[in-house]
Ligand binder design. Structure first.
Ligand SMILES: Cc1ncc(COP(=O)(O)O)c(C=O)c1O
Length: 384
């Protein structure tokens, strides 16, 4: 076939680093600290709630924006934990945060619009911006604390900027944006009349008393913020792909328009189960946080014994480590060597940067793993 059928907009898209590293992990039978999801199951009582929903006939299409009880549960927890008042029409249930991001960016970004993202970034932001014809503009979160330079953020904003994408708690650095940083971003957004997309999928995964602050709580921001989260992260069931976008009705109506022609609706029994799960957040969260804090502490302590220098994360289930001096050419070399020669898979983070070379000096590890898996993987890294 001589004709090339691929649309130009997918030309720059390659296989994601996660698929590449997972294949290598499988090929070399490696301990997998690369994949960004738990290697243990979510709560049985949520599965039972889904089965109950199936048995009681909740098996046909859900309303496109999501079932009312799930949207109400989301509304209620935003009031309870953040003192934010939404109504059900301001919430769109999507196929994971991934679809919420896609639908949001499709709804607002068009050819030539600039979107400011912080690097290292979650890689779907880049793909979504490119698919919409937008232009990503990066601002680096610099080592060692992964702070941004205020002047760099100011300089990234131009007449063409329409949106800033924020992710807190942050994948892959584990950073929580502080109130002061959020206020700075908020001021710029207001001054330049920008939308802010706030990806908060790790909102309940915070450690050492650090608090997650949704940027929608900063004065003047509620009406220009699209907050995105995912039950997959909160309840450790990423395979269910149930997420949501929350924004004032003008914005959520636009997101809903894309959603109705993308997935139309998200699986019905899963939504019923997650409505129940969210209503149980208060009793669920202490154990959830304790489990992940223990894993965070184990990985940090074990890494301290190796030549890889860990950056202590305050949120998410990722940790960044500096490569040992003089051992590797860069992160890809290190990740390839670790999986092939030492049987441990990690993620080389340089793919999450467009501007800075800092990613080449680190690796990303995921600690949403059984404690023995973490200890085994880090012991293998300790051989270097
Ligand atoms: C920062 C961030 N946003 C969004 C997602 C996607 O979430 P979901 O699985 O609900 O689509 C992930 C998943 O790893 C993530 O880390």
């Amino acid at each position: 076939m001589g004709r090339i059928f691929n649309a130009n907009r997918i030309a720059s898209m390659t296989t994601s680093i996660f698929a590449t590293m997972s294949k290598m992990a499988f090929d070399y039978n490696a301990t997998n600290l690369g994949q960004g999801f738990p290697d243990f199951d979510g709560p049985t009582w949520i599965m039972e709630a889904a089965f109950d929903a199936m048995k009681s006939g909740k098996n046909q299409y859900a309303p496109s924006p999501g079932i009312m009880s799930l949207r109400k549960a989301v509304k209620d927890y935003h009031k309870k934990y953040y003192d934010l008042d939404w109504n059900e029409n301001e919430i769109v249930v999507t196929a994971g945060a991934t679809e919420a991001l896609y639908s949001t960016i499709q709804a607002f970004i068009e050819q030539g619009d600039e979107v400011v993202i912080f690097e290292p970034f979650y890689d779907s932001y880049l793909a979504d911006i490119i698919l919409a014809g937008g232009q990503p503009i990066c601002v680096t979160l610099h080592k060692p604390n992964f702070d941004f330079v205020k002047e760099e953020l100011e300089a990234a904003i131009s007449k063409k900027t329409k949106m800033i994408i924020l992710n807190t708690p942050h994948n892959p650095t584990g950073k929580l944006f502080s109130k002061e940083e959020l206020e700075f971003i908020a001021n710029l957004a207001i001054k330049n009349d920008l939308l802010v997309v706030s990806d908060e999928v790790y909102e309940f995964l915070t450690f050492d008393g650090a608090t997650h602050i949704p940027i929608a709580t900063i004065e003047g921001m509620k009406k220009r913020t699209i907050t995105i989260s995912s039950t997959g992260k909160t309840f450790g069931m990423t395979g269910w792909k149930i997420g949501y976008a929350i924004a004032n009705e003008l914005l959520s109506t636009a997101i809903q328009k894309v959603h109705q022609w993308t997935t139309f609706a998200v699986n019905t029994p899963g939504q019923h189960a997650m409505a129940h799960a969210i209503s149980m957040l208060e009793s669920y969260l202490p154990e959830f946080r304790k489990t992940y804090k223990e894993k965070r502490d184990i990985i940090y302590k074990e890494l301290k014994k190796t030549n890889f220098k860990p950056h202590l994360p305050l949120g998410s289930y990722f940790i960044m480590v500096d490569l040992p001096d003089g051992k590797f050419n860069d992160d890809v070399d290190a990740a390839t060597n670790l999986v092939r020669e030492h049987g441990v898979a990690t993620i080389p983070p340089s793919v999450f940067y467009l501007k800075s070379d800092e990613g080449k000096t680190m690796l990303r590890l995921c600690f949403a793993k059984q404690n023995e898996t973490i200890i085994e993987g880090i012991a293998k890294m300790g051989k270097i």
